[in-house]
Write a protein that binds this ligand. Structure first.
Ligand code: NDP
Length: 448
């Protein structure tokens, strides 16, 4: 029989929820715990950021941003813990009828390797604010910062069993969480293929499921955009975090009249994306997370070379043989039906597709199985808002790309997942809804 490494953790979370103090801890105290965790993250920010660089390879400046954002996330939900509330309804009976919100129970949370600490924060903070207990499984490729966070959570004084971290491969530890009848809810961030498996595994006890999956996100540049901002934004959209981002602007749609000039301007800036160890000052792009993932990205580059025009990168940078580096890569003159325009590559590979007008841009942008994020660049505000409204995506930006706020809902349309994380929306998935009806009459109902 297959080893069930998470059983102890699941039982601990079950006990802490069913019998333990957490569910009965007041919202004020839950909030205070979350603020304490935020404080501890800030107090250890430097060490956490450096560890995150070693954990997954991203440049230090990006890791520092993630750490600050993780602290913000705990603080946001720390504040929200005391603002959760139900409502009273007028019903056609002599009844006091109202709705209360209660924690869902034991939550299995499976997170990926691209934002290991931040994803742990996104998952843990709303669950704890709601009063749930948790078993969190980081990717086996990047467990280090989640384990450090667990130490800080212990230091914050959370009762035993409330937060449990299980390391190990997805096939084992992750599957167990998705299948276990003792787990009430599963929250997953990662690839669409894995997300589908988890959704199926979770049907055994009809767990509540939220999935934050992949994207092939369009970033649309109109000829009337601020040219310099759009060039910078297009590169950042595609290459931040080595392109290992679910919301990466990996499909760049450029209006034909500026297309050649725009690509030339991007190529002129590419040398500024310095590759190297994330802790080396000035480095803007680190290695990919693993050798296996680099092979996957390189297989897509080989496909791209047959489909479109490689205008930069495509290889391994010289002098960096020790890491899983891939050069920032741009394919130009692509068409929407190509594989590099449709499939998530999840690496530093941008696919440029020229378009002739607004209608065509919207059509190409929406012609995708995914619907996570999208960007639009234009100084015509009417057009900007018109196009954003047409886009079938859950996260959209006008004249910027990538800023993410703990206050705003995060998630996708179509096969980019279901449910929303973050903001007021993100806590809903951790709350049950109960109706309470109190009969105000004293006479029997008189049915029989
Ligand atoms: P996965 O989606 O497979 O991994 C995400 C998490 O799920 C990890 O913790 C992983 O564990 C776990 N997992 C894997 N298989 C199972 C399973 N059967 N049951 C339960 N949990 C499981 O990412 P990959 O590393 O395989 O990457 C594949 C592709 O997914 C990438 O190339 C990219 O396209 C996409 N991706 C998207 C992300 C996003 O943010 N939307 C993040 C990461 C990847 P472990 O790693 O320990 O095996």
């Amino acid at each position: 029989m297959r080893a069930r490494r998470g059983q102890k953790a699941i039982l601990a979370a079950r006990k802490a929820f069913d019998e333990g103090p957490w569910r009965k801890t007041t919202a004020q105290d839950r909030g205070k715990f979350l603020f304490k965790i935020g404080d501890l993250i800030r107090a250890n920010a430097k060490a956490l950021a450096e560890l995150e660089v070693r954990n997954m390879g991203k440049p230090l400046a990006e890791a520092e941003y993630d750490v600050a954002d993780a602290a913000n996330c705990f603080e946001f939900y720390g504040g929200l813990a005391t603002k959760l509330h139900g409502e009273t309804m007028s019903v056609p009976a002599n009844s006091l009828s109202f709705v209360v919100r209660e924690p869902v129970g034991v939550c299995g949370q499976i997170i990926p390797w691209n934002y290991p600490l931040l994803m742990a924060a996104w998952k843990l903070a709303p669950a704890l604010a709601a009063g749930c207990t948790v078993v969190l499984k980081p990717s086996e490729l990047t467990p280090l910062t989640a384990l450090e966070l667990a130490k800080l959570i212990l230091e914050a004084g959370l009762p035993a069993g409330v937060v449990n971290i299980v390391t190990g491969p997805g096939k084992d530890a992750g599957e167990e969480l998705a299948e276990s009848p003792l787990v009430d809810k599963i929250a997953f961030t990662g690839g669409t293929v894995t997300g589908r498996k988890i959704a199926i595994a979770a049907t055994g006890n009809l767990k509540k499921t939220t999935l934050e999956l992949g994207g092939k996100n369009p970033n649309i540049v109109f000829a009337d955009a601020d040219f310099e901002s759009a060039v910078d934004g297009a590169l950042f959209a595609a290459f931040a975090n080595q392109g290992e981002v679910c919301s990466a602007g990996s499909r760049l749609l450029v209006e034909k009249s500026i297309h050649k000039k725009f690509v030339a301007a991007m190529l002129a800036k590419i040398p500024k994306i310095k590759l190297g160890h994330g802790l080396t000052p000035g480095v803007k792009m680190g290695p990919l997370v693993s050798a296996a993932h680099r092979e996957k990205v390189e297989a897509y580059i080989a496909i791209g070379k047959k489909e479109a025009k490689l205008v930069c990168g495509g290889g391994r940078p010289k002098g960096l043989e020790a890491g899983n580096f891939v050069e920032p890569t741009i394919f130009d003159d692509a068409t929407p039906s190509m594989r590099i325009a449709r499939e998530e590559i999840f690496g530093p590979v941008m696919t440029v597709i020229p378009f002739k007008d607004e209608n065509e841009a919207v059509r190409i942008a929406n012609d995708s199985d995914y619907g996570l994020a999208a960007g639009v660049w234009t100084l015509n505000v009417n057009r900007g808002i018109r196009v954003l409204k047409e886009l079938r995506a859950g996260i959209t930006w006008l004249n910027t790309y990538h800023p993410t706020f703990n206050e705003m809902p995060w998630g996708g349309y179509k096969q980019s997942g279901n449910g929303r994380e973050l903001g007021l929306y993100g806590i809903q998935a951790y709350l049950e809804t109960k109706q309470i009806n109190i009969n105000l009459d004293e006479a029997p109902l008189g049915w029989y």
